[in-house]
Design a protein around this ligand. Structure first.
Ligand code: DGL
Length: 267
């Protein structure tokens, strides 16, 4: 069981930021990643649709005998993780609780900002996770839907992105948050611009890093940690792999050489 892979899924490419942190922190683990590139984006879709999509991609990963499932997609974490946890019979972790925990420990003035897709923000998942940990913290939220296509276009440092960021983030700046949760897989790639807009004193919480730490904690608690030397990392997508490989390298870096088409029909 220890040698079985950790399954990681996302609506597409962005979840590679979470996988990258997991493989950095846990180099002895085998992993299998599925990006639902045929149906991305998840961020603008309803809860029912996200639950159905997430269950289908999770079922594909379950066929590969995963020991642990990570929902790298914030939208899927916000909307579908409770149902997946009930249905799957293996440990399931989303990115919301780890991000919320890290934000609560970082804030000094108890004012936390959260940015994410429309679905994530509408769900209120980060705000309720933060309230559960510390009811005295105030949360301020903002959906930033244009950030995802800007990052996929590679405009991480562009003036256009700076303008968009100012427009989205000015309200959170005015609310004097001292901590900001990057509640979407793509936003860690915009850390520089976001930090310029918010000011250097605002702590940016990368849910990907916080999630990797939590994966390690849970695996070790369940005696499921692996320390293999010849680890394997496989990548699957639901649409043709070319774009995933080309854009994905910006998210994952070295080691993303090959991706296979996953057939999730009928799952
Ligand atoms: N992976 C999604 C998230 O973190 C962003 C892209 C999408 O909307 O599917 O919410």
């Amino acid at each position: 069981m220890m040698k079985n892979p950790i399954g990681v899924f996302d609506s597409g490419i962005g979840g590679l930021t979470v996988l990258r942190e997991i493989t950095r922190l846990l180099p002895g683990e085998n992993t299998i990643y599925l990006g639902d590139t045929a149906r991305v984006p998840y961020g603008s879709k309803s809860k029912e649709t996200i639950e159905r999509y997430s269950f289908e991609v999770a079922s594909f990963l379950m066929r590969h005998d995963i020991k642990f499932l990570v929902a790298a997609c914030n939208t899927a974490s916000a909307l579908a993780v409770p149902k997946l946890t009930l249905k799957l019979g293996i440990p399931v972790l989303g990115v919301i609780e780890p991000g919320a925990k890290a934000a609560v420990s970082a804030t000094r003035n108890k004012r936390i900002g959260v940015i994410g897709t429309e679905g994530t923000i509408r769900s209120g998942a980060y705000a309720s996770a933060i309230k559960m940990i510390d009811p005295s913290v105030e949360t301020f939220v903002r959906a930033c839907p244009l950030f995802v296509p800007l990052v996929e276009e590679g405009w991480n440092e562009d003036d256009v992105t700076m303008l968009v960021a100012e427009r989205y983030l000015n309200g959170l700046k005015a609310a004097e948050v001292d901590t900001l949760v990057l509640g979407c897989t793509h936003y860690p790639l915009l850390k520089d611009i976001i930090s310029k807009v918010m000011g250097a004193s605002v702590r940016l919480i990368d849910s990907a890093e916080a999630t990797a730490v939590e994966v390690k904690r849970i695996l070790s608690e369940k005696a499921l940690l692996n320390s293999g030397a010849n680890t394997s990392h496989s990548f699957f997508v639901t649409d043709s792999p070319e774009r995933f490989l080309a854009v994905g390298r910006r998210f994952y870096g070295e080691g993303l050489e090959r991706a296979e088409l996953a057939n999730i029909e009928g799952l």
